[in-house]
Design a protein around this ligand. Structure first.
Ligand SMILES: C[S@@+](CC[C@H](N)C(=O)[O-])C[C@H]1O[C@@H](n2cnc3c(N)ncnc32)[C@H](O)[C@@H]1O
Length: 163
């Protein structure tokens, strides 16, 4: 079965062909979501939330889709595509949690997001306290990697560090 999806807007970022592996919350540049006018009314009360899930189509894949991937921040660790957040997956759908800074008409000004400029927007959903935060969540296979988890998390986020 093939499923058709509608592009409901686009994501504006300063990244042309390189982006962080995950959103960098305190990135100072300009990040915005433009929602197509026909969906504008769907933003009613979205500003009541601090965080949102942004769901998008990863439209400019550079690599073939493969069932095993090696995330670039690991030392050649191989994991299944579904145990990773790699973009080259059977359905190139990405999800990022970002902060709403302000909403002006059909434009949502957000904190940093890990996508190229003009990435097609598929959906927006509110991130809800407690409901979306599981207290017993773990690090999965990341826990088995060499190095301490805080250090690895910097690598996952692509944040430069001095050690
Ligand atoms: C590792 S993925 C993670 C995406 C999302 N946070 C997730 O977990 O689904 C982020 C990477 O996707 C790539 N990327 C971002 N936007 C893209 C686009 N429109 N087309 C192709 N690749 C893209 C960039 O290389 C970026 O570093």
């Amino acid at each position: 079965m093939y499923i058709k999806l509608k592009q409901i807007g686009s994501i504006k970022t300063p990244y042309t062909d390189h982006a962080p592996y995950q959103p960098v919350d305190d990135e100072k540049d300009n990040f915005r979501i433009i929602v197509n006018n026909e969906y504008f009314e769907g933003l009613l009360h979205l500003e009541d939330f601090i965080y949102i899930y942004v769901i998008y189509y990863i439209d400019r894949l550079k690599k073939e889709i493969s069932m095993h991937v090696s995330p670039p921040w690991t030392n050649r660790e191989m994991v299944g595509i579904f145990a990773s957040r790699a973009p080259n997956r059977p359905n190139s759908i990405g999800i990022s949690i970002v902060k709403i800074k302000k909403i002006i008409k059909n434009e949502i000004v957000i904190s940093g997001i890990d996508v190229f400029n003009d990435t097609p927007l598929l959906d927006i959903k509110p991130y809800i306290k407690e409901l979306d935060s599981k207290k017993d969540a773990n690090y999965g296979w990341i826990d088995g990697l060499e190095g301490d988890t805080d250090h690895l998390l910097l690598h996952i986020r692509g944040i430069p560090h001095g050690y």
